[in-house]
Design a protein around this ligand. Structure first.
Ligand code: ATP
Length: 515
């Protein structure tokens, strides 16, 4: 655990030191749960967006993009249910004055039971070796059975009381489980209350005529209200999808854990419109497709798990999260929801406009059903950083800090380094930069000894270093150094473009995982 906490601290300080993430308006001591992306962060973020956008809109003929405004007509949020139901249950500790999400306190307690069970299972696995039957063990070992049973019971009761808005029972559950303030150990809790997460703002000059607006808490509604615009102008046929990347805002009660839970963040969402009755088939398919997409980045298959929801949102008939093993444990990275026809129907009702599709095969008009895939860009960013930041022991006894970013996402694809700052080497290196810059983001660096420059590029995650030396002047060849293996290879300058492309190209990374 301590090691994981250290990793998280290292990720945060590394992100700052290497120009990935800064606190927002830092010179004024920052703004809670709001962050700025620095020179490398902006590039990494753009590359993640592009990886997602291309795999949605370029690899699928039936998915198109959209860029809707952040501000929307206020009735949108009445129709979507956000005005009435976009609440989190909060609870305060009377002694520490700290505020928590009541559901998260209970979920964390349940997670601890799961961890205890998993620990026992791992021990038994070691003991019994190949003969170990995990399912049987879960059924028969009394301790494991108790942990898992208690966990299930707790989560079911939480789901039930949240669905019934029975906040007194959530409080009772916290008391029965003797859940204490994680920071101080106090069990002196207030009642549980609901808190709406939308940020309000005003449109208009004078206070009397101003209209109450909201900063969108999700990008999805921009897609729903444009459903017919896109379907008609794009001549789209069901099934089809609309993808969008954009900012969303939530006044989170507890905004900790760095960029995991922010008040201003970015989402990458895709709403896939299908025939009524076919939604659960598509839901399964999208779960699988999205999991494959994540795995294509090579951050470790063991870092992902699917978690089916116990409590469904008011609009869903099935929902699952793709969870990632962050330094603070498995947490939601992406949500996949079968949203039924809830949103389109609600917008029909509130706007008085029909939002239907005429299906030429069925010769029928209907409101389509929707499967949503929704991923937080910033959470994805955090998953990439925390899975790739490594301290490595080298053969010579030294250590290096290396950010083993998937090359397709790396801010800089190659660093071009003249061995020394004289004898025409800088000029030759600069010429290589001028050639490669049309296709790739490359960086010229001549400061410090070559070993230090390699370390600097390792720490920032650059997959390739290209060194120009005296021999290069003679034979037009250079040394390419690979970040992960540290292997060095002599190659002709004319081959550089194809080497970089092979390492960093979207196709190289996505090909085996695409549908
Ligand atoms: P959580 O349970 O963690 O609050 P959620 O279930 O409310 O998340 P969704 O409404 O399903 O989240 O949003 C879709 C995705 O948007 C999430 O999977 C997550 O990656 C991202 N996301 C949601 N809230 C935040 C936030 N405050 N900061 C960063 N990313 C967020």
């Amino acid at each position: 655990m301590a090691k994981q906490e250290d990793l998280f601290k290292n990720v945060i300080s590394h992100a700052k030191e290497y120009g990935y993430i800064f606190a927002s308006s830092e010179i004024y001591d920052g703004l809670s749960a709001v962050y700025d992306y620095g020179q490398n962060g902006a590039e990494l973020k753009n590359n993640i967006k592009e990886y997602w956008w291309r795999s949605m809109t370029q690899l699928h003929q039936n998915i198109v993009g959209l860029d809707a405004a952040i501000l929307m007509h206020p009735t949108t949020w009445k129709a979507s249910g956000h005005v009435d139901a976009f609440n989190d249950p909060l609870i305060d500790n009377k002694d520490s004055k700290k505020r928590y999400r009541a559901d998260v306190l209970v979920e964390d307690h349940a997670e601890k039971l799961l961890q205890k069970a998993e620990k026992e299972i791992a021990k038994a696995k070691k003991r019994f070796g190949d003969d170990f039957d995990e399912e049987m063990y879960k059924e028969t070992n009394p301790r494991v059975k108790r942990y898992l049973g208690e966990r299930k019971e707790i989560l079911e009761r939480l789901a039930k009381s949240l669905t019934n808005e029975d906040l007194a029972d959530v409080k009772a559950l916290i008391e029965e489980l003797e859940i204490a303030d994680p920071e101080t150990g106090s069990r002196n809790w207030t009642e549980v209350r609901q808190f709406n997460l939308m940020f309000g703002t005003k449109l208009g000059a004078s206070a009397e005529s101003a209209t109450q607006l909201y900063l969108r808490p999700e990008t999805a509604q921009g897609i729903f209200v444009n459903f017919l615009n896109v379907q008609k102008t794009g001549r789209m046929k069901i099934p089809f999808g609309i993808a969008q990347i954009g900012k969303a805002f939530r006044n989170e009660i507890v905004a900790r854990q760095f960029i995991f839970r922010m008040r201003e963040f970015e989402q990458m969402e895709m709403q896939f419109f299908v025939r009524p009755g076919e939604e659960l088939e598509w839901y399964e398919k999208w779960k699988e497709t999205r999991l494959k997409w994540h795995k294509s980045l090579g951050l470790g298959e063991e870092n992902y798990r699917l978690h089916d929801h116990e409590k469904l949102a008011h609009y869903a008939n099935a929902a699952a999260d793709i969870e990632f093993d962050f330094p603070f444990g498995f947490k939601e990275l992406e949500g996949i929801h079968s949203r039924t026809d809830f949103d389109l129907k609600a917008h029909e009702e509130f706007s008085g406009k029909k939002l239907r599709f005429y299906d030429p095969e069925l010769k029928e008009n209907y409101v389509p059903y929707v499967i949503e895939t929704s991923i937080g860009l910033d959470r994805m960013f955090l998953s990439v950083l925390s899975a790739t930041l490594k301290e490595e022991e080298l053969e010579d006894g030294n250590t290096r800090t290396v950010l083993k970013l998937p090359a397709v996402l790396a801010p800089t694809k190659a660093a071009i380094l003249p061995l020394v700052k004289k004898d025409g080497l800088p000029e030759m290196a600069q010429k290589i930069v001028d050639e490669l810059k049309w296709d790739f983001k490359v960086q010229y660096d001549e400061k410090d000894a070559i070993g230090r420059r390699y370390r600097r590029q390792d720490a920032v995650g650059t997959p390739l270093c290209i060194t120009v030396d005296h021999e290069s002047l003679e034979d037009n060849s250079v040394t390419v150094r690979f970040r992960d293996s540290m292997e060095q290879k002599r190659v002709p300058i004319t081959e550089l473009e194809s080497i970089i492309r092979k390492e960093t190209d979207f196709k190289t990374w996505m090909k085996d995982f695409a549908e």
